[in-house]
Design a protein around this ligand. Structure first.
Ligand code: SAH
Ligand code: SF4
Length: 349
């Protein structure tokens, strides 16, 4: 089928075969793909951009993912852990800057027991904010406890559905368990966010096509695509592809996801901004409708180095909020005044 044919089909049916996804991942007619995704975004979720304040509360992690600077084997990371009081204080400041959602993110740090986490969640819920968690793989009971304390959303990227690649890059972890976690998150009624890393060494476009269809099969309420950024303090091979190519690949994946799932939330991710100074705005024009500005204060955000380069875009939380809003306005979009709950949560797409 021609690219026009595939785009017409997906706009009518919101479905694609694996081969058709692959055609879109390879096409040279990228401007057609990006403008189709932009049109679907406008039609289904509108011009408003939802902002989520990201609080990176601990960089201590028991896992050892080969690509990530927070991996337990990286002795160069200067580790920190914020006290519950400090986390709640950051959420309260985020609220005062106009945010309606906080995203609490960390390494897999067992210091934060279910009691501690539920205490933090319920305090933040008293401020009338939506709470998103991104704290890794937990048991069903833990996910349930967080949900009952008021957590609204959970982010857990599948990273890749290529089993051998997953298990090589995430030693000691299993793809089955990751999928089981996502099933549990969905079952518990969270707005379920997942996504993939794009441009990993050893990853093929065929496997990315499968990843995309996996996200559709859950179906996710939010999908975030992170371009892989090489971190020299990790043992992974440096990628073959240029940053430009990986950035473009991430945009393609994002655009295809928008076409397949018109109503979901799709963030323009921080890693995109690191590969291109206008990365997040480009993403907002290619299917995305969410931005997650950093609201972690002081030295901590610099120490939360999943990948290098974050210091380039580091500013205070207040400045981040103002800068992002100005940029969003400059591309003719507006910042939402609502919590931006997903249109799809709890529904079959
Ligand atoms: N520990 C939790 C949350 C923090 S990590 C978890 O793993 O789910 C959040 C995300 O950072 C991961 O899902 C991964 O996709 C991304 N990440 C890690 N290292 C990266 C790198 N080198 N480049 C781009 N993204 C990276
Ligand atoms: Fe830990 Fe998450 Fe980094 Fe893996 S990706 S090492 S789980 S912080």
């Amino acid at each position: 089928m021609t690219i026009d044919g595939i785009l017409n089909k997906v706009r009518k049916t919101n479905s694609l075969t694996e081969n058709e996804v692959l055609e879109l991942l390879k096409t040279e007619e990228t401007s057609k793909l990006f403008s189709a995704a932009d049109a679907v975004r406008k039609e289904h979720v509108g011009d408003e951009v939802h902002l989520r304040a990201l609080i990176e509360f601990s960089n201590i992690c028991k896992q050892n993912c080969l690509y990530c600077g927070l991996r337990s084997g990286n002795s160069k990371t200067d580790r920190y852990r914020l006290e519950p009081k400090a986390i709640i204080e950051l959420a309260s400041k985020a609220k005062s800057y106009g945010y309606q959602t906080v995203v609490l993110q960390s390494g897999e740090d067992s210091h934060y027991t279910p009691d501690i986490m539920t205490g933090i969640i319920s305090e933040i819920k008293k401020m009338d904010m939506a709470v998103t968690l991104s704290v890794g793989e937990k048991t069903f009971e833990e996910y349930k406890a967080y949900k009952e304390a008021g957590a609204d959303r959970y982010l857990l990227r599948i990273e890749t559905t290529d089993k051998s690649l997953y298990e090589r890059l995430d030693p000691g972890m299993s793809l089955e368990n990751r999928k089981e976690c996502l099933k549990n998150i969905k079952k518990l009624g969270y707005e379920t966010g997942s996504g993939i890393l794009a441009g990993l060494p050893g990853q093929t476009l065929e496997s990315i096509a499968k990843d995309i269809l996996y996200l559709k099969s859950i179906p996710v309420d939010m999908a975030g695509i992170g371009p892989f950024i090489y971190n020299p303090d990790t043992p992974i091979d440096k990628n073959f592809d240029s940053n430009e190519k990986i950035f473009e690949l991430s945009l393609r994946i994002m655009a295809i996801l928008r076409l397949l799932m018109p109503d979901i939330n799709i963030p323009a991710t921080t890693a995109m901004e690191i590969l291109d100074p206008e990365g997040r705005m480009i993403a907002l024009k290619s299917g995305a409708n969410v931005v997650m500005p950093n609201a972690t204060e002081g030295e901590y955000s610099k120490k939360y180095e999943l990948y290098p380069g974050k210091t380039k875009i580091a500013a205070t939380p207040r400045e981040n909020r103002i800068n992002v809003e100005n940029k969003i306005k400059s591309i003719g979009r507006s910042v939402s005044k609502t919590k931006g709950m997903s249109k799809t949560a709890g529904k079959k797409i």
